[in-house]
Design a protein around this ligand. Sequence first.
Ligand SMILES: [Zn+2]
Length: 470
Amino acid sequence: MENAFTRRLYDASPVFLQHLFTSAYGWKKRADRYGTHYRRYRAFFQESFRWPRERLQRHQDAKVAETVELAYRQIPFWRQRLDRLGLRPSDIASVADLPKLPLLEKSEVRQAGTAMLAAGFPRRMLHRATTSGSTGFPLTNYWSTEALQRDFGFDWARRRPGVTRRDRYGTFTGLQIVRADSLRAPFWRFNWPGHQVCFSIFHMTPRTLPAYADQIINSGLSYLEGYPSSLAVLARFLLQHGIAPPPLKAVFVTAEQLLPEQRASIERGLGARVWDQYGLNEKAASITEYACGHLHYDMDYGVIEFIPAGRDEEGEPLHEMVCTSFDNRAFPLIRYRVGDLAVLADPAVGCDLCAGPIVRRIYGRTAQVLLSRDGRRITNMSVIAKRCAHVEAMQCIQTEPGAVDICVVRGEGFLPEDEERIVREFQKKMGQIDFRIRYVSDVERTPSGKFLSIISRLAPVACDPADGGL
Ligand SMILES: [Zn+2]
């Protein structure tokens, strides 16, 4: 929805007109996303999927050199940054040269604003999105049409196994398409030209879920796409009520960290394989789950430097992901500090399907980590949640190093012993910290409806940019 006026108009319209509005919006989106760039990049990413590691590395080096050269010539922000360090663009000719540049913090991007846009790309020609993120500070990203279509080319070349653009599908994302105070179905709107049913994730309650289930079963959908937290709610409802899922080909999850218990619920309740992926709103990096079952770092999409960032609670080395984008000539990001963490597989483990390094786990989005008093980083809440009975949902919020608020949505049969158990489990994992249990009717979500199991409001911990990477 474009502005406050169209939002008011949309909200005041009857449901049928809203279907027309969402369809018109879908029509425009389709024109933006699918064009010549889309077709070119789709073919490219189909081919580059089979490239060996050396070819991927050569491609990355060439793209890094091209990006830095363009940024230096077209964008004052980047020219000043290199000049201040006494660097010429030719000094950054490969991935190995990137550490000569400092990390790019989100706060710098926010302050620079349009000073980071390349000459020759008027703002009205760009696509943009403003995210508030978990830190609550708005950040605007810009993409050229080429970068936008490239991303969709990648999606359809690599992230949509077994389905086509002609298939009907349902989405569960943060689109506000149903008025917040609406109590009656339909809690979804159609995008007819896009073969899409957009479900509202903001209206899913035990009272409304039967209507969602009916719609899912009767819509003839081939696949679902959306936030794992919302899809898991739907899947658990079907399971609890013994409702057979519709014959779906796949479920594609996006935007949130996929928790193991969510994957299990979705696959059982919706009867289809879950495909995970990690992308950024900034379109700077990509990690995709492929048919082999691994998550692979997509080296042909952009550069990810994996910078050592301590260990998690199980002693696994953590890496902070620092990203450099390709092919977004309007708004290149170089050594962009996303804040998300990854655990890498043993580099000796290879895969016959894809040459990109295997990533075992991703902890996103944006520093979803609790910090214990002794500096350990606690990332994996799902282990604790599994051990605590009678809990519908749990979310941890840390605002100071020695304290954590545990927000609990109580389930049926919750007892005082359950509270003791929760505190005990946390103490086992994190040591002595002030744990404050707060009972809430629902967990906190980001403005776009995303669920974060951990919300950290601590300042990000410094990481050492000189400390190598992959
Ligand atoms: Zn693999």
